[in-house]
Design a protein around this ligand. Sequence first.
Ligand SMILES: [Cu+2]
Length: 488
Amino acid sequence: MLNMRSAVGISVIVVLMSFFIVGSCNDGGNAPLGPPFQNPVQISSVNGVLEITYNAAVSPAEVDGKEFMSAQYNGMLAPPTLRVNPGDTLRLNLNNFLEMMTNVHYHGMNVSPLSPGDDVFIMITPNSGFEYEVEIPEDHPQGMFYYHAHLFGITEFQIMSGLSGGLIVGDILAPFPQLDGITEQIMYLKDFQLMDGEIPPEGMIDPSAPTNFTVNGQTNPTITMRPGETQFWQIGNIGADLYYDLVLEGHEFYQIERDGNRRNQTVVRESILMPTSSRVGVLVQTNEPGRYKLRAKKFNTGPQGDQYGGATLLTVHVIGEPVADPIELPIPMNQFPPVENLCEQEVAVERDIVFSETADGNTFFINGKEFDPERVDTEVKIGDFEKWTVTNTSGELHVFHIHLTDFVVCSVNGVDQPFVGKQDTVNVPYQGQDPDFEGPGEVVIVIDFTNPIIEGKAVYHCHIGEHEDNGMMAVFEACEEPPCPDFE
Ligand SMILES: [Cu+2]
């Protein structure tokens, strides 16, 4: 939480207004349904190549009937979802027509950090461009990823403005023939705050302030399903700061994917906590006719953090003839390809990574240091598995994320976690959150540094935009034979 000054008065007024609006609409099942749900525009690779040009420019936008100007790719608040396959080449020509620098990160991708690939140290100055070329390995994990601006100091503002969009690799459903032909929905979640009719400038975005929740840029759209119908939803949290604690009224989620990684089994969940930048793939099967809201529950990130109210993201309208032969869920475990449990690997190195912040919540640290792009904080040897104990001494949640690779969560606050698959983001509890656990919040992970494609420099950081922009990021360098060239 940053200390907010002049924004506080405005927030109070908007909170009161939204209270009245919510109150007046809450009239049960007969309220008019929102517009039909729309998947984002999708662009697929052809003959192994996806080439696209994005112009980043300030363009008109509309959310929930409110018009504003913001930084967008090609004038689209929900830019295209790019669909590629393992082995493909993604060429993204980014022209910067903004009055500030920008760049792009390919979140979750197991690709090279060397230019012109997923190099987050690139800074594209105004009125210039950069031609990214991302080679996607043949053995790349399949599932939901995304791309977003990643320029230190202004990432939060650029993402909230509109500079994030979808990226999907391959076909995560391939091992499950019983799902052939089911409807797949892509849901990229993002909130837009407006202050005096504009996205607030960097430093003035307040995660606790009222905001406009969207799915692919839409406000509370409607998905119509038949009773007993099964759909596959891939949901990505591509907003700047917020957690989404997702529930679907009257339904369970059959989760089979996390962060672009297939799980090793179906995990049945009543709710799913999605930190910013996380993605999940879930099967949803309807039952009785009716209207059911997909909601983000109200959320509190801790005594030093942020509190935000719940929101309806979309509505499922179950109506019509029941499906004759509903798909049997959960999917049997023996249909899932095996996943390597990294927590059982022999680790070469163990490290402590400490997330902390100042008492005023304005400056954020990893191992006591603010981010310096010129400094290499951590050197890793390609071929190693490493065990990192990520601790949080602050009074608010943080979201650990590392570029280029994935990890397995072995324990949280000392409690061993069931092994269900890999991920690239994890929520780190705040100190004192669990009264039974002494000391800082703690997550133990084992990270896979075995893929030679990661050679070079990249970053690990808290993915809450406000925190990474104010220092909570560090550089790692991977090489075959340490000492690596830039490590001192
Ligand atoms: Cu954080």
